[in-house]
Design a protein around this ligand. Structure first.
Ligand code: IMP
Ligand code: MG
Length: 181
């Protein structure tokens, strides 16, 4: 495993995003909606980087199954607790890959008539996009590599790593993994 983005880099970037969001919503309050489970750490840090009054809520989707490849279809497994009608909503996502999940969620949430709706994604992997999606706030653009840590998992492992790391394929020779460490 190799560190791609360190804890310090993540935290510094989130402070910048918080300042940007504060500037963009001078009236407050805003509603931050995190997509579980991956975005829970990002939400916790972003919500505290923002100084405007903020509500938080959660949605949960599944599309990736147990492994690394998308099934291509999104299922909503947990909906919001409260209405977002008339609210300034920011969807908080860990990583945008194909764009399928976010397109599904944006479409769903628009029907509920928020005043504004935008996306804050910690990571953007543009090389893998199948469906275009507008990202208002992006932490980092990353190359086409599978990453774990800071909420991101591989089969539910590694979410509690403090850094974002590249996970090498299980099939790689152990000597290669040792060299990279
Ligand atoms: P999308 O619908 O293909 O954009 O996938 C978005 C979701 O896929 C993210 O919220 C993650 O849960 C998962 N995902 C995509 N790429 C990665 C990765 O590199 N590591 C871990 N999870 C990923
Ligand atoms: Mg996710």
């Amino acid at each position: 495993m190799r560190v791609l983005i360190s804890e310090d880099q993540i935290q510094a970037r989130i402070r910048e995003l918080g300042r940007q969001i504060d500037a963009d919503y001078p009236e407050g309050p805003i509603c931050l909606i995190a997509i579980l489970k991956g975005a829970c750490f990002f939400l916790a840090d972003l919500a505290r980087a923002v100084t405007r009054p903020a509500r938080i809520d959660f949605m949960c989707t599944s599309s990736y199954g147990q492994g690394r490849t998308s099934s291509g279809e999104v299922k909503l497994t947990k909906d919001l607790d409260v209405s977002i009608e008339g609210a300034d909503v920011v969807i908080v996502e860990d990583i945008v890959d194909s764009g399928v999940t976010l397109n599904y969620l944006i479409h769903l949430l628009r029907q509920r008539k928020p005043r504004t709706l935008c996306v804050a994604a910690l990571l953007d992997k543009p090389a893998r996009r199948i469906q275009p999606v507008e990202l208002r706030y992006v932490g980092f653009q990353i190359p086409d590599e599978f990453v774990v840590g800071y909420g991101l998992d591989c089969a539910e492992q590694y979410r509690n790593l403090r850094d974002i790391c590249v996970l090498h394929s299980y099939h790689e020779a152990p000597s290669f993994a040792t060299k990279e460490r």
